[in-house]
Each structure stands twice: as C-alpha cells, then as structure tokens.
Design a protein around this ligand. Structure first.
Ligand SMILES: [Zn+2]
Length: 350
C-alpha cells in the first residue's frame, strides 16, 4: 500500500503530462515526445506495480482471518486514499459491521427489557415468588457459552437463539417462558436415580473434610465414587492459584479454610424426617421429601455467606465468590452438576 500511495502521488504530481504550455516548435516537440515516452514507461511501471500489489493484497486478504488489526487498518485507510479505488476489489470489505448494526437495532428493545427483567421478572419456584434472574447470570452464561451481560445485544442475540432452540418466539427477551426453559434444562441435568444409598455404598469421610469439624460421624457419610470425585476436584481447586485456598498438602484443605468444605452429604430418610419436623415451614424447595441427599451423591459445599440459606441476599453473596464461580466453570469436569437454586448444592451424576 505504501509503494502504491507513493507511486500515485508522483503520478498525480506530474499529471501524466508536463505543464509547460507553449514550448518552442521543434525543440518543444522533441522535449514533449521524450517526456511523453518517459511518462508512458512510468505509467506501465505503475500499472505493473498496481497489479502486483493488488494480487498480493488479494492473497493476503484470503489467507487472513479478519483480525482486529486489518479491520482498523481498513477503517483508517479507505476514506481518504484516492488510490484505494484502484485496489478496491482486493480490499476485504467486511459485511460484519452492517450485520451487527442491524442486529443491534433489532435487539435494542430486547436489551432494554433484559436489563429490567434481570432484577424484576416475577416467577414462581417452590411455591415461592421469585424476583429476577440476576442470581443465575453465571449459569445462564455457562449454558449459552458467553459472558453473561444482560445489557448487550450479544446477550439478546444468544437468548433469541435459545428461544428458537426451545420452540419459542425469538424475541431476544429473557422473559418468563425463556427463563423457565433454562430452569427445566438445568433441572433435567440433575441426578435422576434417587435410590437411597445402601450402607456398602457409603464411606465415612474424615471430619477435616467438613465445614463443621465437630460434625457427627453418622452425618459424614458420602457415596464412595462421589467422595473420590470430590477429592479430585478439591486437588484441582487447591492447584488453581486464582482461589488461593489454604491447604496442608496437594489434596488436603487446611483446618482454617472453609471454602469447598462439605456442609452436608448423605442424609438418611430418618434424619431428613427429623429436619422436616424441626422446620415444618421449609416447603418443598427447602427440605425435599425425595431428597438427592438420600443417595449420598449430593454434596452441599461451602461457597460463602450463610452456608445453606436460600434468601436472595445470601445467595447474591454466594454466587459472587471465587469458589462458586470456579465450581460453575469446573465442577462438570469432575462429574458434579449444580442445583441452580442452591449455589452450595452439587450432585455427582456419573
Ligand atoms: Zn443439598
């Protein structure tokens, strides 16, 4: 491009023909002829150069992915350079910009609505009225495979794709129907077989694995495979410098470290009944009649705040901890899936 620009500049400066108007007849003619032939040669050279540059540019643009650099170069170069017209067909014109512009305007209303609904959408779960879906940003992002930001048209666009996939009108608005489709998708990923664990399927984990180290032995039982997966996951969490977990070895959390410790694991039917008697108003979302904790495959892990309190303010603290965010990103690798409503509750589904 630089060569081309320079050449064109010199060409434009000479205007192809000399400016002198009335040369002496004979000498003038010769000079004119001479300079004309020089100009012609120059023109041929320029044309050859242009063709060469154009070919090169074509090759480059074909081989290149539309990087940010090449796009910004186009933006700064194209409007001012007259020479651009000569190589225009070879310059990669991205049709991405106009498409994005159309998408942005099409989803402008969806963006406005999503920003409001994130906090205000009224829906019901566990016979309790719920407000908004902001507590589930991370899970939504994980499901849609994007950074969840309700104030962007990218988010609205991904919601529209989600709606399409679920047979809903693709408005891009995360309204009640679109939202309940997320809830049912997450619920369907949970542990299906809730057959209570038999004693031989359980082991008693050491008290050092528990949030409350004084927890009774009978309440420290975990299904064997679940425990193995849990320990592997803990080793990975310890190894991740982002979390800065206090630990005594590559696999053991320190006594004063609370994050990722087990709050609750296997619960017998008898124990669950006792809990129900103690808090009769807990409701179906609180203490399930058919709890996955009967299987020994459900673990409540400490992710911050009040360990197992479903109040929104408490869950808002939990979903913002590095521990919870890490689990959302990594637990699946170890076979654990979330219960969307309780940030602490993870089920081993393998
Ligand atoms: Zn639980």
């Amino acid at each position: 491009m630089v060569i081309l620009r320079q050449t064109m500049r010199s060409l434009r400066a000479s205007q192809y023909f000399p400016r002198q108007t009335k040369p002496h007849k004979k000498a003038g003619k010769e000079v004119l002829m001479k300079s004309l032939s020089i100009r012609i040669v120059q023109l041929i050279v320029v044309l050859a150069l242009v063709t060469g540059v154009a070919t090169l540019a074509t090759r480059n643009s074909r081989g290149q992915s539309p990087s940010a650099k090449s796009e910004s170069q186009q933006k700064t170069e194209s409007p001012t350079q007259k020479s651009e017209t000569l190589v225009k067909p070879t310059v990669m014109t991205t049709d991405r910009a106009p498409v994005n512009a159309v998408a942005t305007s099409a989803f402008a209303d969806a963006v406005t609505q999503n920003t409001l609904l994130r906090n205000d959408l009224l829906w019901t779960f566990g016979s309790k009225q719920q407000h908004g879906w902001y507590l589930y940003d991370l899970l939504i992002g994980r499901t849609l495979n994007l950074r969840p930001d309700a104030s962007t048209s990218d988010f609205a666009s991904a919601i529209a794709a989600w709606q399409k996939q679920k047979g809903l009108t693709p408005t891009g608005v995360l309204d009640e129907d679109a939202w309940m489709a997320f809830v049912s998708a997450w619920q369907s990923n949970r542990l299906k077989d809730k057959t209570p664990a038999t004693p031989d399927q359980l082991l008693t984990a050491p008290s050092s694995d528990f949030y409350d180290p004084a927890r009774l032995e009978e309440l420290r039982q975990v299904e064997k495979n679940t425990y193995g997966a849990y320990k592997q996951m803990i080793a990975a969490a310890i190894a991740d410098p982002i979390l800065k977990l206090q630990h005594t070895s590559a696999t053991e959390l320190a006594a004063n470290e609370k994050f990722f410790k087990i709050v609750s694991s296997f619960r017998s039917r008898e124990y669950q009944e006792k809990l129900r008697r103690e808090s009769p108003n807990a409701g179906s979302a609180g203490l399930a009649l058919n709890s996955p904790h009967f299987t020994g495959r459900a673990l409540d892990l400490y992710v911050g705040g009040d360990p197992v309190d479903t109040r929104d303010a408490n869950r808002a603290i939990q979903v913002n901890t590095a521990a919870y965010q890490w689990l959302v990103r990594n637990a699946e690798r170890f076979g654990f899936r979330p219960y969307f409503y309780e940030p602490w509750h993870w089920e081993y589904v393998r």
